[in-house]
Design a protein around this ligand. Structure first.
Ligand SMILES: Cc1ncc(COP(=O)(O)O)c(C=O)c1O
Length: 408
């Protein structure tokens, strides 16, 4: 199962499609190709960064949806405002206020998942050849987006506490980037969290050098240990930080409701970019999320979710300790959805995945998360999605495969 899933000019029954050359080079996310297998009975998946489907508040959502459809169907079924359904804009502003920020609804635009905000910002700012500074590793879909706008992603050096501010400043001086993209909390895929001092430094450096910084923070509410940290945006005295959030990981991703909190002067430009993309995010999901948040249901839900995910993380850490061979390095995350493992360099985790899938276990090889270097010995394990009882079983199978692959 060699994963060459790039678009091919000959992919469709020999027909020649004249794809834009830069799109042909963008690798497809291997997770999507695994999806049909992941649903096979007995398959244990540590692959997608998905919340547990068992956790979704189905009864509340059903009741809210019934109410919305009986009270307000005309407005919700009609074309709506690009910036967002007005009550949802307010509710998303209120959600962001929980993070120590104080956005006005006019500074918030509702997006189709947090991911659309990344796309819209690139659409607005990136010209072919522009440098965008990212973390190593970083969210693979952001790399896909950057490449689709023909940006040049360049990595900022990092350690277990996130990016090194000194290197951020150095790279700004060398490359004059258009944007900086950071995931400060329980980062995807590494699980690491940027320290308080580095958050303040990142905001200060971006402001001083007049570079926009995208703070993508969809995991911050999923904290199982330690104290919440202030956002980078909270240190942003120069209005250079755009804060992104999403309800995908804390409520359910299928509703596709996210938001960007940006300087008010940027909202009209983001609105034009979104008009051209999808006119507006679907109104019914926005209304459902808005009602859910306004009813104050999130806190109890988060507390259930965090309890469940903390137990799953503990089960995974315990199993990794028992079953993984020496030489696999990992750092327990304080929250989020991922455990990141660095294996000895001779191991190719894409090959390991082929063997794992034969044994009905999946994870994500780390290669796709790196912007400008080829790193083949890392892997990302998601712990939220698989049933807790399956975690030790799946890790035991992976441990055996790792031992075999690493045997001299
Ligand atoms: C860092 C990061 N940003 C954005 C997203 C996109 O999430 P959504 O579009 O579902 O809000 C993800 C999803 O995995 C992510 O990990």
């Amino acid at each position: 199962m060699k994963m060459n899933m790039n678009l091919s000019p000959n992919q469709n029954q020999g027909q020649q499609f004249r794809f834009a050359p830069h799109m042909v080079k963008i690798p497809s996310n291997p997770i999507f190709h695994l999806l049909p297998k992941l649903n096979e009975p007995g398959f244990i998946s540590f692959a997608p960064g998905a919340p547990s489907s068992d956790s979704f508040p189905y009864a509340d959502i059903e009741e809210i949806t019934r109410g919305l459809l009986s009270n307000n169907p005309r407005e919700l079924m009609q074309y709506g405002s690009t910036e967002g359904y007005a009550p949802a804009r307010k509710s998303m502003a209120a959600l962001i206020s929980r993070y120590g920020l104080s956005p006005k609804p006019g500074e918030v635009i509702v997006t189709t998942g947090g991911q659309q905000a990344i796309d819209l910002l690139c659409k607005l700012f990136v010209e072919p050849g522009d440098v965008v500074l990212v973390e190593a590793p970083t969210y693979s879909a952001t790399l896909q987006i950057l490449k689709s706008y023909r940006a040049v992603p360049i990595s900022i050096e990092a350690d277990d506490d996130g990016i090194l501010p000194g290197d951020l400043e150095e790279k700004i001086k060398i490359f004059a980037p258009k944007l900086i993209y950071l995931i400060p909390t329980f980062q995807n895929p590494s699980g690491r969290t940027l320290t308080l001092e580095r958050r303040a430094a990142a905001a200060e450096i971006a402001g001083r050098h007049n570079v926009l910084l995208i703070e993508d923070d969809p995991y911050r509410d999923l904290r199982y240990h330690g104290e919440h940290l202030p956002t980078i945006k909270s240190f942003d005295t120069a209005d250079h930080v755009i804060f992104l959030t999403s309800t995908s990981k804390i409520l359910c991703p299928g509703l596709r409701v996210g938001a960007a909190y940006a300087p008010e002067a940027l909202i009209p430009a983001l609105t034009v970019a979104k008009q051209a993309a999808d006119m507006h995010s679907p109104a019914l999901p926005q209304a459902i999320v808005s009602a859910y948040l306004d009813r104050g249901l999130l806190d109890a839900h988060l507390s259930l979710l965090c309890g469940q995910y903390r137990r799953k993380l503990d089960a995974m850490l315990d199993a990794v300790k028992r079953f993984f061979p020496e030489g696999i390095e990992y750092r327990p995350p304080q929250g989020g959805l991922f455990l990141w493992c660095v294996c000895p360099e001779r191991l190719d985790t894409a090959e390991l995945l082929e063997r794992a899938v034969d044994e009905k276990v999946a994870f994500v090889p780390g290669e796709q998360f790196f912007a400008d270097e080829r790193v083949t010995n890392t892997l990302r394990l998601n712990f939220s999605n698989a049933p807790e009882a399956d975690i030790p079983k799946g890790i035991e199978i992976l441990g055996k495969l790792l031992r075999k692959s690493l045997a001299p």
